[in-house]
Design a protein around this ligand. Sequence first.
Ligand SMILES: Cc1cc2nc3c(=O)[nH]c(=O)nc-3n(C[C@H](O)[C@H](O)[C@H](O)COP(=O)(O)OP(=O)(O)OC[C@H]3O[C@@H](n4cnc5c(N)ncnc54)[C@H](O)[C@@H]3O)c2cc1C
Length: 319
Amino acid sequence: MSVLVVADNSKGKFKKGALEAVHYGHLVAQLLGSECHAMVIGEADQPAQLGKYGAAKVHHLSDASYNHFDGQRYLAAITEVAQQIGATVVILNHSSAGKSLLGGLGVKLKAGVVSGANSLPDITDGFSVTKNVFAGKALATIKVNSPIKVLSLMGNSIPPQEVGEEAAVEALSVADPGSSITVKEQKTVDGVVPLPEAELVVSAGRGMKGPENWGLVDELADTLSATTACSRPVADTGWRPHHEHVGQTGVAIRPNLYIAIGISGAIQHLAGVNQSKTIVVINKDPEAPFFKAADYGVCADLFDVVPKLTESLKKFKAS
Ligand SMILES: Cc1cc2nc3c(=O)[nH]c(=O)nc-3n(C[C@H](O)[C@H](O)[C@H](O)COP(=O)(O)OP(=O)(O)OC[C@H]3O[C@@H](n4cnc5c(N)ncnc54)[C@H](O)[C@@H]3O)c2cc1C
């Protein structure tokens, strides 16, 4: 009986979400009186470091042909390892890769699945975890009755903490079902914290009037070392790239700080951002629905406020 955590890595580096998932797996294993194992797929720097976040052992499938995500091959590999170690709980990140593996793993392992879990399980009566539902307006408690459970962990739910030493790493080889796809090219955005992992996000909407004004947003984000995001129409009209679009049909985020500039706060936008710990809204319309979800609101023209805010933050940092 053990807990298996699949630790996402990008170009060999572990994402913050991977450390969160491993630490979460460690806490779940403690609750269940079992051991947390981590699985790393593809080439990765220092997989042993996952031991610091609570993995008792790391299983590393280091074959370079696994560097690119391939749902079929990943699914087969994770299933094999989960069965080999007798995992009763399998934990993935709630990333695009994790979400695409979740259902298949549920089928292969005959497991109950919870997508986007955000709490430690309550095991006083079975195994129950919570997740956000109805676009974040309610919290559902889901009891998983099957012997094996598969969860994806929502980012920023459990802060990763160092609890131990480096773990033993065991090289892994698995039966390869072969691939029906060929990755010809992979384009990634380098140098910025990806939105699902970002703790600070500066986001803007149609109130910006056009892409030529985005320097204001970028400068504020650079000053705060924040990641930039946008509303859907902004991405649809090509003002910003689609990977920045947050909301119901975009990326769902839970940063510590979300600054919304010139965004009305439509329900579909709020669905992806209303789990942010602190929301600051800058909008010139006092009736903008976003103010109802805001912790702090500035009712003013963004072209006046944003440069002043950036300037003040620069002075604050300099002092
Ligand atoms: C099925 C479906 C799914 C959707 N999914 C998403 C989604 O995932 N994410 C998403 O964002 N949207 C989504 N939408 C669209 C959503 O309904 C809204 O249309 C969209 O969020 C509005 O974008 P916006 O706030 O940037 O633009 P607007 O609604 O045009 O709002 C612009 C805001 O800027 C303010 N403003 C204008 N000028 C200034 C100024 N000078 N200073 C300060 N404030 C100013 C205005 O007061 C206004 O509140 C979806 C819609 C549907 C139907």
